[in-house]
Design a protein around this ligand. Structure first.
Ligand code: URA
Length: 189
């Protein structure tokens, strides 16, 4: 089994798909290597590509605020993406790119070993939960896959575009907090 550091150095040298040709930095992911709760986005945007960290633009600020609202911070969780390199012009990753890169996410999940995985947006949900996942219909529902409790909610960028989605997103975050509290209690007891 790799450590996150070892895996990161492998991913930093990856040239398995064409996204590696246009990236500035690989955005491996960050957070606690013992996190109970993992968030998975789609892929780096402009700011993430420049800095090499996930969710550092406006969507990231909103994610930080939503975490704060459920009394968590980035240090308590782990944040990663389906693809580790920015798709040009922020297009959705192509299927081959996601399928190739998701192997690295599987390693991250093996190493961190979270109990809860939250898909941020449809791209993450379609790669993790079900290929035809409809975010408007099935967000907020819990799926059990092996040991993992998995839910999809709106991508924070979608919330920035459409403020009317915020109420549903807040319901989802309250449900995430309840699951997080329940699992922590079970681990202690
Ligand atoms: N959007 C994502 O899906 N991931 C990031 O890291 C940033 C923006």
């Amino acid at each position: 089994m790799y450590t996150l550091k070892e895996l990161e150095s492998i991913v930093n040298r990856c040239h398995r798909c064409a996204l590696s040709k246009t990236r500035t930095n690989v955005v491996f992911g960050e957070g606690s290597d013992k996190a109970v709760l993992m968030f998975v986005g789609e892929g780096p945007g402009y700011h993430e590509d420049k800095i090499g960290k996930p969710f550092v633009g406006r969507a990231g600020e909103l994610l930080d605020n939503m975490l704060k609202a459920i009394e968590l911070s980035r240090d308590d969780v782990y944040i990663a993406n389906i693809v580790k390199c920015r798709p040009p012009n922020n297009r959705n990753p192509f299927e081959e790119e996601s399928k190739t890169c998701i192997e690295f996410l599987r390693w991250q999940v093996k190493i961190v070993d979270p109990d809860i995985i939250i898909c941020l947006g449809a791209v993450a949900a379609r790669n993790i939960i079900e290929e035809n996942f409809r975010i408007t219909q099935n967000r907020g529902l819990w799926y059990k896959k092996g040991k993992f409790n998995i839910m999809a909610t709106y991508h924070p960028a979608a919330l920035l575009r459409d403020i009317s989605k915020k109420k549903e997103a807040w319901d989802d975050f309250k449900s995430i907090k309840a699951m997080y509290t329940k699992i922590n209690k079970e681990m202690k007891g």
